[in-house]
Ligand binder design. Structure first.
Ligand code: XMP
Ligand code: MG
Length: 179
């Protein structure tokens, strides 16, 4: 896989340090609670698995699958719930865990849907954000890194289904997108 990588944007060591820091903040903020971590499939799986092990609280886990993208790199603007939560979130402290926020359209749709189910609290933890691409306002309480407007892969993020297992967050060579 590494031959396809043009640049390592955020090395694994920095990602791990940031996830530990976010986990410590979450542990402090939710003291005495039993938060429900809601991951957005499939990209958030990797950050979720590292983050939850850095939260020193009894917490629960659930996943949603929402799609606004095909296999390409640009938003279609269409958001669909492909898989809903198993848990009832009414009265729960819900923390949505995302890999990356781009336009914000996907997450803003998801937040509206979750809010309507009357959770006790609802916050966002996103590993990455592309501020220059934002189309809707989102209040991201726990944020990892701001990244430039480049398509990134690794640490859960894919291009056409691949590269999710790269430990670093990387930018691919142009020829990979063309092929
Ligand atoms: P929006 O635009 O709704 O999109 O905020 C969020 C979703 O878009 C995907 N996305 C990316 N996936 N590298 C990826 O692998 C990227 O650079 C990237 N930018 C956006 C991602 O699925 C995210 O949940
Ligand atoms: Mg995603």
């Amino acid at each position: 896989m590494m031959p396809d990588v043009k640049e390592v944007l955020i090395p694994s060591s920095e990602v791990q340090a940031k996830v530990r820091e976010l986990g410590a903040r979450i542990t402090e903020d939710y003291e005495g609670e039993r938060p429900l971590l809601v991951g957005v499939l499939r990209g958030a799986v990797v950050v979720m698995s590292d983050l939850m092990r850095n939260i020193d609280l009894p917490c629960e886990l659930d996943f949603m699958d929402i799609s606004s993208y095909g296999s390409g790199t640009s938003s279609s603007g269409v958001v669909r719930i492909l898989k809903d939560l198993e848990e009832d979130v009414t009265g729960r402290h819900v923390l949505v865990v995302e890999d990356i926020i781009d336009t914000g359209l996907t997450l803003s749709y998801l937040m509206r849907s979750l809010k309507a189910r009357k959770p006790a609290s609802l916050e966002i933890c996103a590993l990455l954000t592309k501020p220059s691409r934002r189309k809707v306002d989102l209040d991201v309480k726990y944020l990892g890194f701001e990244v430039p407007d480049e398509f990134v892969v690794g640490y859960g993020l894919d291009f056409a289904g691949a590269y999710r297992n790269l430990p670093d967050i990387c930018i691919l060579k142009e020829e990979v997108f063309a092929s």
